[in-house]
Design a protein. Structure first.
Length: 550
């Protein structure tokens, strides 16, 4: 539960809508209690009255209609304000989470895919509805119970103590016990849910290979095991909920019986009239409306607490790349130098050993090597996605560790081997490289990567929507869109990591042969395992953590 306090500042930003929603919820409950109590008194008094026409029908009738109207309007307002606040909270939570995740790049080395998807979906959802279905109803229940206790202390004092005790147990003790009992089952459900997502995602991503190698049954079995574990955890949570619901309903019944007995004693002693007793009993019964949601609220609160712990772990994960205390400006130019750089992802298994290399401004250099040799790590080191254990990476003679990350990445553009084409227009995909680029510049860069004629032939031209992963284009055309986006950047240093990934040999060879001309005077570093044309300035090789000239 402590982790929920970590997100209190996000709730405080929305205190206006949240307080409005809570107030309207209390008004709705109060109107419902008043409506049922007044109706009971009215009908009983009318039945027992011997005055006939002397009994005032109009005042109570107007009260009943007025309370009905208030209840309807406040319920509508409560839903409107509550859902508005929830959607705003979800937006704030997503912004908060992505801001912290971007500091933890590469994220794939911190979290598994299933775990990451769970944090982005299930955990955020559990937390964003925390007020709407957990904290809000519980606070409204506390306010309702307090109000009924005060009313009973004036109208039927002996019943006030019974009501307060039963309500306190139902609102405080039962939810706390439920949260404590279901904590372990909730953690199991979260873990099983992540495993199930991972199994399903693996099955979808690799379905062709699984079919070809006859491994479908293994994936199905893994998914079934995760589903069984999730079902068992959910069943355990459900059992705790059923027990808690039974306890709450028994408390409600006990409170009603105690109030009735106290009321009958007061009626016999002449301290209370029959119609008032009926109205009071029905008012107490109406206050039990909050009992129905207490167990669900406590269960959701337990889920929100578990989600808060997982999201808090993201925020408190150690950040490997920190901004310099006092950033220095990066000099102009495109010189790159690695000075005795040693690097490994876990700090023990060294991937690069005392690497020394220098690339002059305007050169188009290729870096080759086997898979896992450390080629891509050189690119990540250059843009500070990771930091060396020893040594320095310098751009134009300046240690990049002393440069603001934003300025560094304005001057160095990296196209990764899995650079995506987004489900958006061609224009929007290109403008990621330079948001203020005009159409003339977009067409020019498309011409540079030999896509202008293809795009010009499309019905929507630059406004043509590309499907997810660039499926509207061939693999080569999708890579050229990514290259165009990178080249559109004003960066003086361009780094292309496996730019021919996913292309056939002929297409990849043609792609690489064009790169020295495409560089247009900028420093270009091409990391690849493919055969290279002779047009590159130099070719470097990475082997056993050492970089050497071919």
């Amino acid at each position: 539960m402590r982790s929920l306090l970590y997100f209190l500042p996000l709730l405080q930003r929305l205190r206006g809508p949240l307080v409005l929603s809570l107030t309207l919820s209390i008004v709705t409950l109060a109107a419902g209690i008043g409506l049922l109590g007044l109706s009971g008194w009215f009908l009983t008094a009318a039945a027992l009255s011997t005055a006939g026409s002397a009994f005032n029908l109009f005042g109570p009738s107007a009260g009943v209609r007025g309370l009905s109207f208030v209840r309807i309007m406040s319920r509508y307002g409560e839903k409107l304000a509550g859902h508005d606040a929830t959607l705003k909270l979800l937006s704030n939570l997503r912004t908060w989470l992505f801001r912290h995740l971007f500091q933890l790049v590469p994220v794939d080395r911190r979290f598994g895919r299933g775990d990451l998807v769970s944090r982005l979906t299930a955990d955020l959802e559990a937390l964003d509805i925390m007020f709407l279905v957990a904290l809000g109803p519980m606070l409204a229940a506390v306010a309702t119970g307090t109000g009924m206790t005060v009313m009973l202390s004036f109208m039927l004092p002996p019943a006030a103590g019974f009501y307060a005790t039963g309500f306190a147990i139902a609102v405080v003790a039962v939810p706390i016990a439920l949260v404590a009992a279901s904590r372990r089952a909730g953690a199991k459900a979260v873990a099983a849910s992540a495993q199930l997502r991972l199994a399903v995602m693996d099955g979808l991503d690799g379905h062709r290979d699984l079919l070809l190698f006859g491994a479908v049954d293994e994936v199905i079995s893994r998914s079934a095991d995760a589903g069984t574990q999730l079902a068992a955890a959910k069943l355990e949570l459900g059992n705790f909920g059923v027990i808690a619901s039974a306890v709450v309903q028994l408390l409600a019944g006990a409170i009603l019986v105690a109030t009735l007995l106290c009321g009958l004693a007061a009626l016999e002693a002449g301290r209370m009239e029959g119609p008032l007793l009926v109205g009071l009993l029905l008012a107490v019964l109406a206050s039990f409306e909050v009992f129905a949601v207490l167990v669900r609220s406590a269960t959701r609160l337990a889920g929100a607490a578990a989600a808060a712990e997982r999201l808090e772990a993201v925020a408190k994960a150690p950040v490997e790349i920190c901004e310099p205390a006092k950033a220095v400006p990066l000099p102009m130019g495109g010189d790159v130098a690695f000075d005795r750089v040693t690097f490994g992802y876990d700090g023990r298994n060294t991937l690069l050993k005392d690497v020394n290399l220098a690339i002059r401004s305007g050169e188009c250099v290729a870096i080759r090597g086997a898979s896992g040799s450390g080629k891509s790590s050189l690119a990540k080191l250059l843009v500070r996605l990771v930091a060396p254990q020893r040594g320095f990476v310098r751009v134009n003679g300046c240690d990049i560790g002393s440069v603001a990350t934003a300025e560094l990445r304005e001057r160095i553009a990296l196209m990764t081997q899995d650079a995506p084409v987004f489900h958006d227009s061609i224009r929007a995909n290109l403008l990621i490289g330079r948001p203020n680029a005009i159409d003339t510049e977009l067409w020019q860069v498309l011409k540079t990567v030999r896509l202008s004629e293809v795009v010009a032939a499309l019905p929507g031209r630059l406004d043509t929507i590309l499907s997810e992963a660039g499926q509207s284009f061939s693999a080569g055309q999708a890579r050229r869109i990514c290259l165009a986006r990178t080249l559109l950047s004003p960066a003086s240093i361009i780094v292309l990591d496996e730019p021919t990934s996913g292309l056939d040999a002929e297409t990849g060879g043609g792609f690489l042969s064009e790169l020295p001309d495409v560089a247009a005077g900028r420093t270009m570093i091409v990391i690849t395992h493919a055969d290279l044309p002779a047009s590159f300035s130099r070719i470097l090789t990475v082997k056993a953590g050492v970089v050497s000239e071919r």
